[in-house]
Design a protein around this ligand. Structure first.
Ligand SMILES: [Zn+2]
Ligand SMILES: [Zn+2]
Length: 80
């Protein structure tokens, strides 16, 4: 559906690369129990609300070829 490398950004909060599209870290956390970045690292870099906004921005910026209904369903899949 997409290539994570097209949506890769550096997330400074966790000092790690993330995919904006799938809201996942692209690097595994290190095993250092004292590591400042990894200790507090959540499962996902962004909250669902943040991620939804990011996806909307991506859609606007990239003009994804997705019809509105499908796009609505896709966004709804991120609702609680
Ligand atoms: Zn991805
Ligand atoms: Zn670390």
């Amino acid at each position: 559906m997409h290539n994570c490398e097209d949506f890769i950004v550096r997330n400074d909060d966790y000092d790690a690369y993330v995919c904006l599209y799938c809201n996942t870290f692209l690097e595994i956390a290190c095993t250092d129990p004292e590591c400042y970045f990894c200790v507090e690292r959540p499962l996902r870099p962004y909250t669902k609300k943040q991620h939804k906004e990011i996806l909307q921005e991506i859609a606007a910026a990239k003009h994804l070829k997705t019809n509105e209904e499908e796009w609505g369903k896709f966004l709804a899949s991120f609702e609680d």
